[in-house]
Design a protein around this ligand. Sequence first.
Ligand code: PGA
Length: 262
Amino acid sequence: MAKVSSERKPLIIGNWKMNGMSATSRALTRELMQALHNHDACEVVLCPPFTALTQVRELISGTNMRLGGQNGFPADKGAFTGEVSMAMLRDVGCDYVLVGHSERRQHLAEDDGFIARKVFAASGHGLTPVLCVGESREVRLAGESERFVLRQVETGLSMLPHGASFVVAYEPVWAIGTGLAATTHDANAMLSSVRAWLCEKRGILAPNFNLLYGGSVDSSNITDFIAQSDIDGALVGGASLNAQAFAAVVLGAARGHTCTNK
Ligand code: PGA
């Protein structure tokens, strides 16, 4: 069940994680804008830290680039010291929000139920949730990857209203920040299973969603990932922190898309 997306652009999301002061965030954004020249063969989303969202938004307004939050809290407002709501992200110009990134699952003990509430809240505020899923090395070695990932998808999307847009990013934990990307075959097989599950169990078909691969994506592998039948784009960490490297990923994705005429 391949994507039906010849007219759809690859979606490339840059996750800056906890990196970037005001000056460096502005410089990175400016350099990227110069390198891409308002390139529109891909949908490019920047996810800077909360503290740089407004500055990045001001720079990219009027371009094709979009803004995303790296996290958001499910309640709209109130006594949740230190949290930022989905409504607030929307208010500063975000169109996307990452939900359930493995670093938050690991370091902040976020569980699938909490993540499902975030997906619901994001969607309710007009944000496209990017649900991050992926197995650990132990789960992989036990041969349980597909079952584990499909369960994360099922629970994570359990509160999503019918017809709402979303993104699933398959990011095997062992591939994040290690330089050891999944093989294109394995990444495509997992996303093919996710696509089939969405269709058969939930009756959801493209173009309501995009399926991304993430984990050590760079300019050397992006073209091959995008050329796969079930990979609609990429979630990029380390390589998004350098404008030339990230621009090369975006251009490589456009090439992969054109080559296969998807
Ligand atoms: P990486 O990170 O590209 O540095 O592996 C990806 C991610 O964590 O989203």
